[in-house]
Design a protein around this ligand. Structure first.
Ligand code: NAP
Length: 508
């Protein structure tokens, strides 16, 4: 149980073994793993007023998950109902709240606590975390489970502040605004826009959809299971068998799409054929056909987007935006299109890991300076110079080809191993060693060079300098395989250095 001395907000209010930051899939999964391993002395700091991460923040109409329920869940906690093949936003949020409750995490949660600074105290070998309300928390281990898609990106388009209507980002949906019968402008054509468009087009007078770059799209099966599948799902063991089959399927079918060369061609051919079938107008079809290889940006999985583009009240605008004006949007061809509601479906500051938190590691080094040319972390979970600190869903550990909750569970298991090892050492902090990190980075660079992301196409997968910092260039099974070693093989003990860094070339 948490104890807290209220009053002087600058005092250390908590002193613990572990501080987790973030209560989305990563933070909740880590909390459950800690409890099950017998660690109860931890807190989960959360900037929001409840758990849920992106599934709390994204409530735009149509917000859904395009990854099947059986994959988009923890291995230890299936969804209760077997009705739905794909979970919607509310269902995922309920699921996460339910897991937190069922596994006894509620007393560990400290909500409305946005982390501002995290400092490694060299002399103590511990972390000191400060929150926006001035609370100070000390912990042996800091685990940052912030996710990548939680800081909305709103482009600085000229005239943005002149807009007289209502404007907001998809992740900050204003539910007080009624779009019925009104002129709506949507900027951006990624997954969020694709899910939103059919809903907004069904009520708005007109929707202008501003596309800068088309995304590749593959159809998504219907959300509900049929009666037979529902029945089959009741058979003992069916859940796990289906989950395993989906994992294998994603590794076999989706993962090859990321590689340059022939392996993505069947998917690209299929996407083209689907586009041809669903978009009859050749001009519209040409406008939404990408000119880069499939997988270069995250693929949209949706079966309602293309038909919606052909609706009488939807206009796809491909002329670049010149400026936003009080009553609409102007494009470079001089056209002015009215808008009373302006929706930024423009994505997230996904490459700015850990921002806006100031993180100081060993000898006072600043994480954002170390990451000036792009974030990097050993298996997306540990950074040299930052002992006893771990990330969940850090750099290059997002899979566009499978289950991200599963990727996080693999990291969580490994972090738990690190914690146990840290305890066995009985004092010194643990930190990823320079040799393991260098070998891993070498492997990563080579693997990324073979992917479609290494080309010129722009996406949230990349740092502004073009470096690919978000996606994992392998299958989820590759990820698990590469984490299947004891931390002693990659980590070193800080201070006493009882475990010198081995030549870790064999790891990768
Ligand atoms: P996104 O994929 O990053 O798309 C942002 C869109 O905004 C792009 O079309 C981009 O164009 C456009 N844009 C950005 N700046 C612009 C500007 N200055 N002028 C015109 N257009 C501009 O963002 P998102 O759709 O929110 O999706 C982000 C990620 O969230 C997805 O890739 C996915 O991983 C996740 N997501 C998942 C689900 C799910 O079902 N699991 C649903 C929604 C989102 P460019 O392409 O030219 O940059």
């Amino acid at each position: 149980m948490l104890t807290e001395q209220r009053g002087l907000v600058t005092e250390v209010v908590l002193d613990l073994k572990v501080a987790i930051v973030g209560a989305g899939f990563g933070g909740i999964g880590m909390g459950v793993a800690l409890k099950q391993a017998g660690y109860h002395d931890f807190v989960i700091l959360e900037k929001g007023d409840r758990v849920g991460g992106v599934w709390r923040e994204n409530t735009y109409p149509g917000c859904d998950c395009d990854v099947p329920s059986h994959l988009y869940s923890f291995s230890f906690a299936p969804y209760r109902s077997a009705r739905q093949r794909y979970p919607g936003q509310e269902r995922i949020l309920d699921y996460l709240i339910g897991v937190a409750d069922e596994y006894g995490l509620t007393p560990h949660l400290r909500l409305n606590s946005a982390l501002t600074t995290a400092t490694y105290l060299d002399d103590l070998g511990r972390w000191e975390l400060t929150t926006a309300d001035g609370a100070i928390i000390r912990a042996d281990i800091a685990i940052f489970a912030l996710g990548q898609l939680h800081r909305p990106y709103i482009p600085d388009i000229p005239g943005r502040n002149d807009f007289a209507g209502t404007a907001f980002h998809t992740a900050r949906w204003d539910h007080h605004v009624d779009a019925r019968g009104r002129e709506v402008a949507v900027i951006g054509t990624g997954s969020s826009a694709a899910q939103l468009l059919p809903k907004i087009a069904s009520i708005a007078r007109r929707v202008h959809l501003y596309q800068r770059t088309p995304h590749w799209l593959l159809p998504k099966p219907s959300r509900e299971f049929g009666p037979l599948s529902r029945l089959a799902m009741q058979v003992p063991g069916a859940h796990q068998a289906y989950r395993t089959a989906l994992h294998r399927g994603a590794d076999a079918v989706l993962a090859p799409i990321m590689h340059r060369g022939w392996s993505a061609l069947p998917a690209q051919w299929f996407a083209r054929a689907y586009l041809h079938r669903r978009v009859a107008d050749p001009r519209l079809r040409a406008a939404v056909t990408p000119d880069y290889p499939i997988g270069g940006k995250r693929i949209i999985f949706d079966s309602t987007y293309y038909p919606t583009l052909a609706r009488h009240n939807v206009r796809l605008v491909t002329d670049p935006i010149q400026r936003i004006v009080a009553d609409g949007v102007e494009t470079v061809d001089g056209a002015h299109r009215p808008a009373a509601i302006l929706v930024y479906a423009t994505g997230f500051r996904a490459a700015e890991f850990m921002a806006p938190i100031t993180v100081r590691g060993r000898d006072g080094r600043l994480l954002h300076e170390q990451w000036r040319d792009g974030a990097e972390a050993f298996m997306g979970l540990a950074v040299p110079g930052f002992p006893n600190a771990f990330l969940i869903a850090g750099p290059n550990s997002f899979t566009p080809a499978g289950s991200n909750p599963t990727m996080k569970e693999y990291q969580i298991d490994y972090i738990l191993e690190c914690l146990r090892w840290h305890e066995q050492l009985g004092g010194p902090a643990v930190e990823v060693g320079p040799v393991a990190m260098a070998n891993y980075q070498r492997w990563l660079r080579r693997a990324i060079a073979k992917t479609v992301w290494s080309g010129p196409v722009h996406s949230w997968y990349k740092h502004v300098n073009g470096r690919v910092v978000n996606p994992w260039p392998g299958t989820t099974r590759d990820f698990a395989r590469m984490l299947a070693h004891h931390p002693v093989e990659a980590f070193t003990a800080v201070a006493r250095d009882r475990n010198p860094v081995p030549e870790a070339a064999s790891l990768f």
